[in-house]
Ligand binder design. Structure first.
Ligand code: ATP
Ligand code: MG
Length: 486
C-alpha cells in the first residue's frame, strides 16, 4: 500500500472509528442505564422505561379520575390514600389531596415542603395536563384533577412525579460519555499515529544508519525495503545509490591498479630494447665488434631493436589515444569484399616468405556495404594477421578470412592453423599488455597491445570481437561490422 493511501486511510479511520466507537459506547451505556431505570421502577426491561412509567402513571391517574367522579369521598379515606401512595411510590410519584385549600393528605417526603405555594389553585389550571414544578430542590412533573366531594367542597388530587433521579442519571451518562469519547479519541489517534509513524520512522532510522555507515566508508551495509510504499521506494533508491557508489569506487580502484600496472608494463617493455641497444653500442665502442661483418651485425641488431621500440611507442601512442577517446574516426561507406581483397593482396607478399598462405572467402555476402574508418580497420586486420603469422608453428601456415552475413551485420573470421591459445587465456587476450605465458617466454616480440587496439577500434565501429581457439590446432578471431542497406 502506498504511503499516500495509508495516510488517507488513517485519516478516514481517525474520523470514522471514533464515531462508530462512540455510537457503540452510547448504545451500551443507554442499554445499561435503561435497564437500571427499569429495574429501579420494578419493571421488566422491554423498550423504553420512561414510556412505561408514563403509561403506568396514566393508568393510575385515569383510575383516580374515575374515583374522583364516581366515588369522590373515598379520597378522604386515609387507608385508601395510603394504599394509593404505595402503588404510586413504585412510579416515583407522590399523591396530595386538597379540600378547599387545606391539604388533607400528602406523602411523607413532601410533608416538609410548603405545598400551598406551589400547587395551583382550584380551577386555575387544566386538569390532567402535565406541569413542570420545582419542589424544594427537586424537579417534578405534576398533574392534578379537580373534583367536588359529595358535600360540594372543592377537592383536588395531585400526582407529583420526581424526575430528579432520572435527571441525575442522565447527567452522569452525559459525563461518562464525554470521558469515553475523550478516551476513544486518545486511543484511536494514538494507535493510528503509532502505525503510521512506524512505517516512516523505522525505515528513516535505517536509512540514517546506512548513511552513517557509508560516511564511515562501509559500503557493505545493505538497506532492504520493508514496504512497497514511497518509503520502500526511497530505500530501494538508496540501495541502488549504494551499489552504484560501491561499483564506482571499485572501478576507481581498478583503474588505479591498471594505471600502476600500465606504467610498470610500459617501463619494462621500453627498457628491454633500450638495454639491448645499449649493450650492442657498448660492444662497438669497446671494440668487441672487431670485424666489419660483426659491426654490421651489431648495427643491424641495433636497428631491429630501435624498430621494435619505434613500433611499441607507436602502438602505445595509438592505444592511449584510443583509450582517451582522443582519436577521430572518419567513417565512410566501404565495400568490404573489395576492401579485404586489397588487404589480402597487400599482406600476402610478406606472408608467402614465411610459407603462409592467405585466403579470402566472401561467397556468403550479398550486401557488402559497411561504414568503417579505412585506416583503423586496416590496423585491425594487420594486428590479427600479424598474430596469426607470429604465433604460427606449422610448416605450412594457413590463414583464412571468411565473411558471413547475419541480419544487419557482417561477421569476419580470421582463422589460422597456428599454435592456438590455452583455454584459460582466451578471455584475457583482448586486455592491454596481456600475453600468454607461452608468447612471453618465446622469442616473438610484442607488448600485448595488438588485440587491445583491435577491440577498441571495433567497439568504436559498434561491433563485437571475440576469439575461439584450440591449442595446437589454431585460432579464429571474429569481429562484426554493421552493414548499410543499399
Ligand atoms: P603486440 O601485438 O602488441 O605486438 P602481442 O601479439 O603479444 O603483442 P596481442 O596481439 O594483443 O599481443 O595478443 C595477445 C596475446 O594473445 C599474444 O601474446 C598471444 O599469446 C595470444 N595470441 C593472439 N593471437 C594469437 C594467435 N593467432 N595464435 C596464438 N596466440 C595468439
Ligand atoms: Mg599481436
Amino acid at each position: 500500500m502506498s504511503f499516500k493511501t495509508r495516510l488517507i486511510l488513517s485519516y478516514v479511520v481517525m474520523f470514522v472509528a471514533p464515531i462508530i466507537l462512540t455510537i457503540i459506547a452510547a448504545a451500551v451505556m443507554v442499554v445499561i442505564n435503561v435497564r437500571a431505570v427499569a429495574g429501579s421502577y420494578g419493571f421488566e426491561f422491554k423498550g423504553n422505561p420512561v414510556k412505561q412509567v408514563m403509561e403506568k402513571n396514566q393508568e393510575a391517574f385515569d383510575n383516580i379520575k374515575v374515583v374522583a367522579s364516581e366515588n369522590p369521598d373515598v379520597l378522604r379515606d386515609k387507608m385508601y390514600l395510603e394504599n394509593l401512595e404505595k402503588e404510586l411510590n413504585k412510579l416515583n410519584t407522590s399523591a396530595v389531596v386538597r379540600i378547599n385549600n387545606n391539604i388533607i393528605y400528602s406523602s411523607n417526603n413532601l410533608k416538609r415542603l410548603d405545598l400551598n405555594e406551589v400547587l395551583p389553585e382550584f380551577g386555575s389550571a387544566t386538569s390532567g395536563s402535565y406541569e413542570r414544578a420545582l419542589l424544594g430542590n427537586e424537579v417534578t412533573f405534576m398533574r392534578h384533577q379537580d373534583f367536588y366531594f359529595t358535600d360540594k367542597s372543592q377537592g383536588t388530587v395531585f400526582f407529583i412525579t420526581d424526575m430528579t433521579p432520572i435527571l441525575k442519571r442522565v447527567g452522569r451518562v452525559v459525563l461518562y460519555m464525554c470521558v469515553v469519547i475523550l478516551l476513544i479519541l486518545i486511543a484511536t489517534d494514538g494507535i493510528l499515529t503509532y502505525y503510521v509513524s512506524k512505517g516512516v520512522l523505522r525505515p528513516i532510522e535505517t536509512l540514517k544508519n546506512a548513511a552513517n555507515q557509508i560516511e564511515e566508508g562501509n559500503l557493505e551495509f545493505e538497506v532492504k525495503p520493508a514496504s512497497e510504499d514511497e518509503i520502500g521506494e526511497l530505500c530501494t533508491a538508496f540501495e541502488k545509490m549504494r551499489v552504484k557508489l560501491k561499483e564506482s569506487i571499485n572501478l576507481q580502484m581498478q583503474y588505479e591498479n591498471n594505471r600502476k600496472e600500465l606504467i610498470s608494463n610500459i617501463s619494462h617493455d621500453l627498457k628491454t630494447p633500450v638495454t639491448a641497444i645499449k649493450g650492442y653500442v657498448e660492444g662497438i665502442l669497446d671494440g668487441v665488434a672487431d670485424t666489419p661483418e660483426k659491426t654490421e651485425r651489431y648495427i643491424r641488431t641495433i636497428y631491429a631493436k630501435a624498430s621494435d621500440l619505434d613500433k611499441l611507442i607507436d602502438e602505445l601512442f595509438l592505444f592511449s589515444k584510443l583509450d582517451l577517446n582522443n582519436l577521430t574516426f572518419n567513417f565512410e561507406q566501404v565495400d568490404i569484399k573489395e576492401y579485404l581483397e586489397d588487404c589480402v593482396q597487400e599482406l600476402s607478399l610478406g606472408l608467402e616468405k614465411d610459407n603462409i598462405s592467405l585466403n579470402l572467402n566472401t561467397e556468403k555476402i550479398t550486401n557488402p556495404f559497411v561504414l568503417v574508418d579505412n585506416e583503423k580497420l586496416k590496423r585491425v586486420i594487420i594486428n590479427i594477421v600479424e598474430n596469426a603469422s607470429k604465433y604460427m608453428d606449422k610448416e605450412e601456415g594457413k590463414i583464412d578470412i571468411r565473411l558471413e552475413e547475419n541480419d544487419d551485420k557482417v561477421i569476419i573470421e580470421i582463422k589460422d592453423n597456428g599454435q592456438g591459445i590455452p583455454k584459460e587465456d582466451i578471455p584475457c587476450i583482448f586486455d592491454r599488455f596481456y600475453r600468454t605465458d607461452k608468447s612471453r617466454s618465446s622469442l616473438t616480440g610484442g607488448s600485448g597491445l595488438g588485440l587491445a587496439i583491435v577491440k577498441r577500434i571495433i567497439e568504436e565501429h559498434e561491433g563485437k570481437v571475440w576469439a575461439e581457439s584450440e591449442e595446437g590446432k589454431g585460432t579464429s578471431i571474429f569481429f562484426t561490422l554493421k552493414t548499410i542497406k543499399k
